[in-house]
Design a protein around this ligand. Structure first.
Ligand SMILES: *Cc1c(COP(=O)(O)O)cnc(C)c1O
Length: 233
């Protein structure tokens, strides 16, 4: 087995036990392999080990890999910060976008989604308490924004996404994930039908699964540590 294949197996096993511990079925948790900064060959290796959904954070880097791996039926997810002048490449090449955090970007993605493709699946990124980055809508904007995004014709609002600040303590890790889960419950009581909580990364996916994650986004536990080059940033 290659390193990537055995890492993938270890991550799958850890997802299965975190789900069991939470009284959930592991089949409710989708594993997204976060491949930013890794070359197409690494993704091919993961694909051959049974992984078919990949997430990227930088538009140009992603488009190069999508072109290089055209022959594989990969489901591509975009999870990085979105500049409004970069929406077209995303609208035309991805199945999912997890990092929508303002209406202008959502409107552009909807307008630019090609008619021959199914609606773009989106999550609204929320800046939950203790957020590490500046990305994400403020929790008090989420209700209005979610309803506005849900009404756009070429988008399908699936749920919420968050990237909480790292914490070593499992109880502290669970708190922002619980906040995201409660926001989704609130939106669903208002008539939205959100089935997705995109939360949990290599260091905190067990806590996210305990709070109801339906998609975990895992990079370094599969591919190893990232080395950032100037050109990718
Ligand atoms: C890089 C990244 C991940 C994966 O992080 P790891 O710690 O390597 O698992 C998940 N989500 C987002 C939004 C990311 O940018």
């Amino acid at each position: 087995m290659t390193t990537i294949a055995s890492n993938l197996q270890a991550v799958r096993d850890a997802i299965t036990s975190a789900a069991a511990e939470a009284g959930r079925n592991a089949g409710e948790v989708k594993l997204l392999a976060v491949s930013k900064t890794f070359a197409a060959d690494a993704l091919r290796e993961a694909y051959l080990a049974g992984q078919s959904s990949f997430a990227e954070s930088y538009v140009q880097e992603a488009l190069d890999k999508i072109a290089a791996l055209r022959e594989l039926p990969i489901e591509w997810h975009f999870i990085g910060p979105i500049q409004s002048n970069k929406t077209r490449g995303i609208a035309e090449n991805f199945s999912w976008v997890h990092s929508v955090d303002r209406l202008k970007v959502a409107e552009r993605l909807s307008e630019q989604r090609p008619v021959h493709l199914p609606a773009l699946q989106v999550c609204l990124q929320v800046n939950v308490s203790g957020e590490a980055s500046k990305s994400g809508a403020a929790p008090n904007e989420v209700i209005a924004l979610a309803h506005a995004i849900a009404s756009l014709p070429r988008l399908k609002l699936r749920g919420l996404m968050a990237v909480p600040a790292p914490s070593a303590d499992i109880a502290a890790q669970r708190q922002p994930f619980a906040q995201l889960r409660q926001l989704r419950e609130q939106l669903n009581r208002q008539g939205l039908q959100l089935d997705t909580l995109s939360m949990g990364m290599s260091h905190d996916f067990s806590a996210a699964i305990a709070e109801g994650a339906t998609i975990v986004r895992i990079g370094s536990a599969i591919f190893g540590n990232r080395i950032y080059q100037k050109e990718t940033l």
